[in-house]
Design a protein around this ligand. Structure first.
Ligand SMILES: NC(=O)c1ccc[n+]([C@@H]2O[C@H](COP(=O)([O-])OP(=O)(O)OC[C@H]3O[C@@H](n4cnc5c(N)ncnc54)[C@H](O)[C@@H]3O)[C@@H](O)[C@H]2O)c1
Length: 394
C-alpha cells in the first residue's frame, strides 16, 4: 500500500515532532488540532526544528520553507480525514478524547486508511473499537523528542491485522531519525507500558521506597541520585523524575497500580509534593530546586547507599522476563535492542544471561525482603533460566 497523505492529530510536543519528520520523509502532511493557537504553536516548533537542520546543512535538496509549505493545517478533523492514507493520533492522554477522535476518523477516512495512536499507556484495543474498523488500528509509539529518539514501538491490538502492523512499521521506518537508525519492534500484546516503559516501570517501586527512606532519615536526595548516577548520562534518576514532572511519575504509578500490582503505589514524599503542586522543573521546585527552570548543580561527593545500578538492572531483567512470560515479545534480544533505542542505555538481558543468572534472583529476593515489596521477587521464568533459549541469533 502506498502512503502519500498523512494526517497527524494533535499539534503538541509529540504531534509536531512527528509531523516534522513525516514532512521530511516526503509525505503530504495535515496537522490537526482543536484551536488555531495550538496549531500555530505546533507549526512554530516544526519551523524551529527545520530551520536548525537547514543551518547545519542537513536538509538535502530542499529547504525549511519548502517543507513547511507541505504541512497543511486545519481544525476540521472530518475534512482532513477524507483523503488520508495514514492517520496518527497524538492528542492528550485521555481515553474519551481519543475515542472521539477515532470515531470521527472511522466515519470519514477512506477504506484503505491505517489508523494509529501514539498513546503511551492506554489500551489500543479499546481505542480501536471506537473507530468501527479494529483491524486497521494499531499503536505507533514514538519517544520524545520524536525527531531524535530512535525507538518507535508498533503495538498490535486484539484485532489488529498483520497487514496493518506491517504498513505502520514500514511507515515508521521511513521517517528520518536525527540520531542514528530507527528501531521499530512489534509489541505482540497490548499490555501496560508496552516494552521500554514497562521494563523500566518497577525500578520506580525501589526508587519510591528509597526516596521515602531518605526523607525519614534526613538524607539529602542528592546522595540518592548519586547512588545510580551514570557520568555518561545528562541526569541521575531523581533529577530525571523532576525533569519529566513528579505529577507524571505519580499518575503513571497509579496507572500501574490499577493494571499491574499494588506495589506500584506512589510513595509518601511524591504524594505530598504532588498534592502541594511541587512538581519538579516546571514549578521550579520538586525533589530539587530548578531556579527559572535551570538544572540543579549537584556536587555528588557522597552516596546514600540505598540502591545500586546493578539492582536497577536486575529489576529491569525480571520485568523483561515477565514480558516474555506474557508473550508481549518472543525473544529477549528484541527487549535489549528496544531499551538501547528508547533509553540510550544497554538493555538488561545480556547482563542477566552473561554472568548473573544465579546472582540476580537472590539479589531480587533480598530487595523484596528489605523493602517489603513482593513485586520485586524474581518471576518464574527468571528463576528457571529458560529465557536463555528465547533469543534471536543472527
Ligand atoms: N510527551 C511525551 O514524552 C510522550 C511520549 C510518548 C507518547 N506520548 C503520548 O503522545 C500523546 C500526546 O502527548 P503530548 O506530550 O504531545 O501532549 P501535548 O499536551 O503536548 O499535546 C496534545 C495536543 O492535543 C490537542 N488536542 C486535544 N484534544 C484534541 C482533539 N480532540 N483533536 C485534536 N487535537 C486535540 C491539544 O490541544 C494539544 O495541542 C499522548 O497520548 C501521550 O501519552 C507522549
Amino acid at each position: 500500500m502506498k502512503i502519500k497523505n498523512v494526517v497527524i492529530i494533535g499539534a503538541g510536543a509529540m504531534g509536531s515532532g512527528i509531523a516534522q519528520i513525516a514532512v521530511m520523509a516526503g509525505y503530504n502532511v495535515t496537522l490537526v488540532d482543536i484551536k488555531d493557537e495550538y496549531i500555530a504553536k505546533g507549526m512554530s516548533s516544526i519551523e524551529k526544528g527545520l530551520n536548525k537542520l537547514e543551518e547545519k546543512g542537513k536538509l538535502k535538496g530542499t529547504s525549511a520553507a519548502a517543507l513547511i509549505g507541505n504541512v497543511n493545517t486545519t481544525t476540521d478533523l472530518a475534512k482532513a480525514a477524507k483523503n488520508a492514507d495514514f492517520c496518527l493520533e497524538a492528542v492528550i492522554e485521555n481515553m474519551d478524547v481519543k475515542k472521539q477522535v477515532f470515531k470521527t476518523l472511522g466515519e470519514n477516512v477512506p477504506k484503505h486508511c491505517i489508523l494509529a495512536s501514539n498513546t503511551s499507556s492506554m489500551s489500543i484495543s479499546e481505542i480501536a473499537v471506537a473507530s468501527g474498523r479494529e483491524e486497521q488500528v494499531c499503536g505507533v509509539h514514538f519517544f520524545n523528542p520524536a525527531p531524535l529518539m530512535r525507538l518507535v514501538e508498533i503495538i498490535k491490538g486484539e484485532k489488529t491485522s498483520d497487514v496493518t502492523v506491517a504498513v505502520a512499521r514500514s511507515w515508521s521506518y521511513s521517517l528520518p531519525c536525527l540520531k542514528g537508525k530507527r528501531y521499530c519492534p512489534i509489541v505482540l500484546k497490548d499490555r501496560p507500558g508496552f516494552i521500554a516503559n514497562r521494563v523500566n516501570a518497577p525500578t520506580m517501586i525501589l526508587m519510591q521506597w528509597a526516596i521515602d527512606k531518605c526523607a525519614e532519615k534526613g538524607i539529602p536526595f542528592e546522595q540518592l541520585d548519586t547512588d545510580a548516577f551514570n557520568p555518561m548520562s545528562p541526569m541521575g534518576p531523581l533529577v530525571l523524575t523532576d525533569y519529566v514532572g513528579l505529577d507524571i511519575a505519580f499518575h503513571t504509578m497509579q496507572y500501574y497500580v490499577k493494571t499491574l500490582h499494588p506495589d506500584f503505589a506512589p510513595g509518601k514524599v511524591i504524594t505530598e509534593y504532588v498534592e502541594k503542586g511541587q512538581l519538579g522543573m516546571k514549578t521550579e521546585k520538586g525533589l530539587f530546586e530548578w531556579p527559572k527552570g535551570k538544572k540543579p548543580i549537584l556536587e555528588r561527593t557522597k552516596k546514600a547507599n540505598l540502591f545500586t545500578v546493578e539492582e536497577l538492572y536486575a529489576i529491569q531483567a525480571n520485568e523483561s522476563c515477565r514480558l516474555l512470560e506474557e508473550g508481549v515479545v518472543k525473544d529477549w534480544t528484541t527487549i535489549d535492542k528496544t531499551m538501547d533505542a528508547g533509553y540510550n542505555a544497554p538493555g538488561p538481558m545480556a547482563f542477566l544471561v552473561d554472568g548473573n543468572r544465579e546472582k540476580w534472583p537472590k539479589l531480587l529476593n533480598e530487595l523484596a525482603d528489605k523493602t517489603g515489596r513482593e513485586y520485586l521477587r524474581p518471576c518464574e521464568l527468571m528463576k528457571s533460566s529458560a529465557y536463555r533459549e528465547l533469543r534471536v541469533v543472527k
